[in-house]
Design a protein around this ligand. Structure first.
Ligand code: SAM
Ligand code: SF4
Length: 350
């Protein structure tokens, strides 16, 4: 007998469309996981191929003016060790990332206003001379800043909506405004960035219906990239004491995102690996096609502590590159040899 969820998975694989009720039913059904992951893996192979794109991640500042309840970098966390790399140190790490063979550099930080529009634009300009794609992940800024960085050559921007549940969003992000978050995403799209967004799984009070609406939101803004993080609680944070995100639900969510946004770039994230060793491989075989190995070095690599126990912190960037390369090849997948921009195309015939 065909169950409802099998019908929904077939429909999603064929049409890349589901209603909120259908998506909710799939996300709520642990028994659907393997079938969803297999369908998402086929859609991934057909639309974006077997290559896994490696993006070298530079965590360049742990200063943050925000107070997101879940994050170790929140301003009010007086235990957090703070550092800020100098512009020339950031460019030097980008050169090393290029040397490791990465074709994209991701510049990520807390919301650190020391990096004015001009300072960060100069860094982007210097890195673009290396012939790599540049992704920024530095939080909310005015349109003028986003424009300056785009004009300097930045290609992509990551800004997770975190949750589309407005009340939950405003509860977890004191002093922040859900409409302002959406304004940022709209401005980034209008400037021609490839825009990445995503959500956290396991926020207290979050429902599967709300996660289903998150997926429909990613589809509605035609997100070029979608990153999912299982919440990893910090003991001394306002959210300390909550359970970590459910990795089964994370896997169903990644699969649902691949089924509904077949061309998107979808990372297997460090938070997934931290919660469940081997998760990167499982998620790469459930719809994902991107990994972001950390190229930050030394003390900064330890101090960029969003959550406890972060995977691979003790490894060197070279070790990370070698380990990820082996793990990806062991899956029968290849390493991307180009900048890995989002493709806009029909699926390959299978
Ligand atoms: N400050 C920028 C921002 O918030 O967009 C970029 C850096 S921020 C550290 C990157 C992402 O880390 C956030 O979008 C959030 O989803 C994730 N994050 C923060 N704390 C986390 C936690 N405890 N568990 C899992 N992910 C977390
Ligand atoms: Fe700052 Fe980003 Fe952490 Fe929020 S999630 S506290 S904006 S670093």
């Amino acid at each position: 007998m065909t169950t409802d969820w099998q019908t929904y998975i077939d429909k999603a694989e064929r049409t890349h469309r589901l209603t909120e009720a259908e998506l909710t039913a799939l996300l709520a059904e642990p028994a659907a996981e393997e079938t969803m992951a297999a369908a998402a893996n086929r859609v991934r192979a057909a639309f974006v191929g077997d290559a896994v794109h490696l993006r070298g991640l530079i965590e360049f500042s742990s200063f943050c003016r925000r107070n997101c309840h879940y994050c170790g970098l929140r301003q009010e966390n007086k235990q957090a060790g703070r550092y800020r790399l100098a512009p020339e140190e950031i460019v030097a790490l980008a050169e090393k990332a290029k040397g490791y063979g990465y074709h994209t550099v991701v510049l990520q930080s807390g919301e650190d206003t020391w990096f004015t529009a001009k300072r960060l634009a100069d860094i982007v300009t210097a890195i673009k001379r290396l012939d790599v794609a540049v992704t920024l992940s530095v939080g909310e800024r005015p349109l003028a800043d986003y424009r300056a960085w785009r004009e300097a050559g930045a290609d992509r921007f990551l800004l997770r909506i975190e949750t589309t549940d407005r009340a939950l969003y405003e509860r977890l992000h004191p002093g922040m405004d859900f409409d302002e978050r959406r304004r940022c995403l709209r401005d980034l799209k209008s400037l021609g960035y490839e825009v990445g967004t995503g959500c956290l799984v396991g926020l207290p009070g979050q429902t599967v219906e709300s996660l289903a609406r998150d997926v429909l939101f990613f589809q509605s803004i035609d997100a070029d990239m979608v990153g999912i993080g299982p919440l990893i609680p910090n003991d001394d944070m306002p959210l300390g004491g909550t359970a970590p995100g459910d990795m089964g639900l994370v896997r169903r969510l990644v699969a649902a995102i691949r089924l509904l946004l077949p061309e998107a770039n979808i990372p297997a994230t460090t938070a997934m690996e931290t919660l469940s060793p081997g998760a990167r491989e499982r998620i790469l075989q459930s719809g994902a096609n991107v990994v972001m190995p950390n190229v930050t070095e030394g003390e900064a690599r330890q101090l960029y502590a969003l959550y406890p126990g972060k995977a691979c912190v003790a490894d060197t960037p070279e070790e990370c590159r070698d380990c990820m390369t082996l793990r990806i090849r062991a899956l029968g997948r290849s390493i991307g040899t180009d900048k890995g921009f989002r493709r806009h195309r029909a699926p390959e015939a299978t």
